[in-house]
Design a protein around this ligand. Structure first.
Ligand SMILES: [Zn+2]
Length: 345
């Protein structure tokens, strides 16, 4: 595993709609590791091998992250914000943040008062960011309306091969699909294989729509994160029994294709990797839901990386799950032949 590149991705800000910097890094990294590397108008980066094959497998991991967006400035120079994606507003007060402006990153402190800390129904409009400006004009000389904001945190290594940081959801997935594509290409995968780092999953999922509409895959695999149940205060009735370090998670869901899941499990077995199972009803809340409904319909599966404290500034994952997810997807790609029939009977 190339930890250096993974950590570089985790240090990069990529709030939904502002993914160009991280996508460029992925685009550059994949040069020479695939037959083709392309970028589309939304910034989705897709790496591919065997592009002449009529049987195409598309794997996606989303490169965007949740965050805030500057939407007004007060007369006293404080930034007002709105939320981007599924943020937990109560986690922001008292934290340092980064504002990604046209002229580079500037820093701020999210205002914390007793009233804010005691407010159980905090909304993004209650938040204010202090960037050190004293007037509206001074603030607007540095920041523009629409600038994205993230927590001012980077990746840290914990004990036991675990890592902690902002937005492991889902830069882990974007990294995994690229490494699996490169490894499968090196092993001589016999079908067309595509790996995409998608944009906008946390808001519109338009990145996955653009990508799948253009690749027209025979089948797709979304790679994202999922909740674990291995710490206090979690109801396994809601999350299922999922543990950090116990392997990639295969999802059973009414819209997920059972034959693809079967092939994923067979690939895990031949690679000697343990997989966990989660069950969900309805939609998966991932790029898979959107890819499924492109073109004439795309059968799909969801492979997830176990994650603690999702959408917080300190999400935790186990690097062994990342490694095993790459191995699982590599084996899966290499197990496919162009005559695989996905009809259930
Ligand atoms: Zn995600």
């Amino acid at each position: 595993m190339n930890k250096e590149f993974l950590y570089e991705l985790l240090r990069t800000g990529s709030v939904s709609g502002n993914e160009a910097e991280i996508e460029k890094k992925i685009y550059d990294y994949m040069q020479g590791k695939a037959d083709e590397v392309s970028v589309d108008e939304l910034g989705n980066v897709t790496a591919a091998v065997n592009t002449s094959s009529p049987f195409r497998v598309l794997m996606t991991g989303h490169a965007d992250e949740i965050g805030l967006m500057v939407d007004a400035v007060t007369e006293s120079g404080m930034l007002k914000v709105t939320g981007i994606g599924g943020i937990h507003v109560s986690e922001y007060p008292g934290h340092k943040v980064r504002i990604y402006t046209e002229r580079g990153v500037i820093y701020g402190a999210v205002v914390s008062t007793k009233g804010i800390r005691d407010n159980k129904d905090l909304s993004p409009s209650d938040l204010e960011i202090d960037i050190g400006a004293s007037t509206k004009d001074e603030a607007l000389a540095a920041v523009s309306l629409g600038d994205p904001v993230t927590f001012d945190t980077d990746v840290r290594e914990l004990l036991g091969g675990r890592i902690c940081g902002r937005a492991l959801d889902d830069r882990l997935g974007a990294y995994i699909v690229m490494e699996a594509l490169a490894a499968a290409g090196a092993r001589g995968v016999s079908v067309g294989a595509y790996a995409a780092a998608t944009t906008g999953e946390e808001t519109t999922m338009n990145g996955a729509y653009f990508t799948a509409s253009r690749v027209k895959p025979t089948l797709a695999v979304a790679v994202d994160v999922t909740y674990t149940s291995d710490y206090a205060g979690i109801d396994i009735g809601e999350t299922g029994d999922v543990r950090l370090g116990a392997g990639p998670v295969v999802c059973n869901n009414p819209s997920i294709h059972k034959k693809i899941n079967k092939m994923l499990r067979a690939a895990a077995e031949s690679a000697g990797i343990a997989v966990q199972t989660e069950a969900a009803s309805g939609r998966t809340g991932t790029d898979g839901d959107v890819m499924h409904r492109t073109g004439i319909g795309v059968p799909f599966a969801l492979v997830s990386i176990p994650l603690r404290y999702m959408h917080s500034p300190a999400e935790c994952a186990d690097l062994s799950d990342v490694e095993n997810c790459i191995k699982l997807l590599t084996e899966f790609l290499c197990s496919l032949t162009p005559d695989v029939d996905l009809k259930p009977f």
